[in-house]
Write a protein that binds this ligand. Sequence first.
Ligand code: NAD
Length: 506
Amino acid sequence: MPSELYIDGQWVKPVKGGSSDVINPATEEVIQTIASACAEDVDIAVKAARRAFDQDGWPKLSGAQRAKYLRSIAEGIRARQTEIARLEVLDNGKPFPEADWDVADAAGCFDFYARLAEQLDNNPEEVVELSDARFSCKAIREPLGVAGAIIPWNFPLLMAAWKVAPALAAGCTVVLKPAELTSLTALELAAIAHEVGLPAGVLNILTGSGTIAGQAIIDHKDVDKLAFTGSGPIGSKIMAAAARDIKRISLELGGKSPFVVFEDADIDDAVEWIMFGIFWNQGQVCSATSRVLVHERIYEPLMKRLVEETNKIKIGDGREQGVLLGPLVSKRQYEQVFAAIEAARAAGATVACGGERPEGFDKGYYLQPTILTDVPLESAAWTEEIFGPVVCVRPFETEEEAIELANDSRFGLAAAVMSKDDARAERVAAAFRAGIVWINCSQPTFTEAPWGGYKESGIGRELGRWGLDNYLETKQVTRFSGKDPWGWYLKPTGEEKSASARPSNS
Ligand code: NAD
């Protein structure tokens, strides 16, 4: 397994020789030691990325040429899909089928952006109609430079793909820092990029802490764009750092997403999607629908089924067959989620099920899937992201009340609604103040569709064509094709400045 820094097409040791241990959250055992980059390593990586962008011609390649590399990376991931998924399980704790799904999605993301890179060749420029016939204008999209990408630990390889694939497709070069807790599959990505012959400096992957390596990336003057997925407080720091040099930014942050279930919904269908919306990936999902609003007419029977099914979830090491809930990613995360449940209890919430460490687990960061009811609206359990397998469920009476409760949040990442009445579902979907809305489901995510949040859930959109736009600048090229020049200073002798000399819309 690679464990060094991947800079300028080579595996190198960190300048100051830093390292950190990788812990398997299911066993609490150290499974690997990896390099920890310092600011000097980041500087070397940014210089390599700069050179690959400014001198070595990566942005000058055609989209089709770049697409070939992207497709080779996708093939490289698929060729080792099981091995990489197993590594993700060891590193992150998620059940193997989820990891396997993520790895397949990551490969699909590289294929998708390969197609978009090719499309850039087909539409290199757009004609802009001007109001003055003496001029013609075209708008050209160009890669914006060196991208610094910083990602979280919940979907390690997939989050890397969401940033690296569109950036490379656009013609940018990249310095990527994975989360310190889950760096192993990003290093595999570096190994694959190396094997497929990606030119040196185009993709640099540095493991290390947020406070040292991450901070050095966001502060670096030669980074043109920061692409970040993670928590709100770090998102604020990134915005502040970007403000100094007017770096471009895209931020994918947290959420506290609502799921509104109306009285005409099929109860079993609702239970399935509610569970998928909060227990998948141990609830460590930015878009998790962690606030569920159920119409009062079906609240009791739905809660009964939800508790029954939640209690059946098989908890265990993600490598075991049939496990649907693995450990949380780290001791810190485990303690934070427990503390959030305790705080909810203290605030008056009822624990309808879960809330404890499951029996029979001496090691590992395991927590029972947890359902909270009677959660006060002003309590942290209702308003703040818990980022664990903990859902708050609450009854509502009217559509207006449900919409008001759903939108009463400083976040606006996702929202879901379930109803057999299409008109009502569409009406509620339109009323949600969120960037991602699901009707009759929760969480399905497609590479083709825009992903990102309203309000404090972020800025910009990843995925789809919107994801490519994150890495492109727009240049206008205006040509004067008139017979006589402007005539402002060098006007024909004896004539006054003619009105037609003025730019028509100034
Ligand atoms: P985090 O913000 O603590 O860390 C994210 C990344 O930022 C890590 O790589 C970390 O090393 C780095 N970092 C930390 N301090 C930094 C600094 N000073 N400068 C630069 N980089 C720094 O978040 P996390 O705990 O890894 O992830 C959980 C959070 O991410 C949750 O809030 C979740 O909602 C959010 N998230 C959002 C999305 C989305 O698409 N909106 C997806 C996944 C996770």
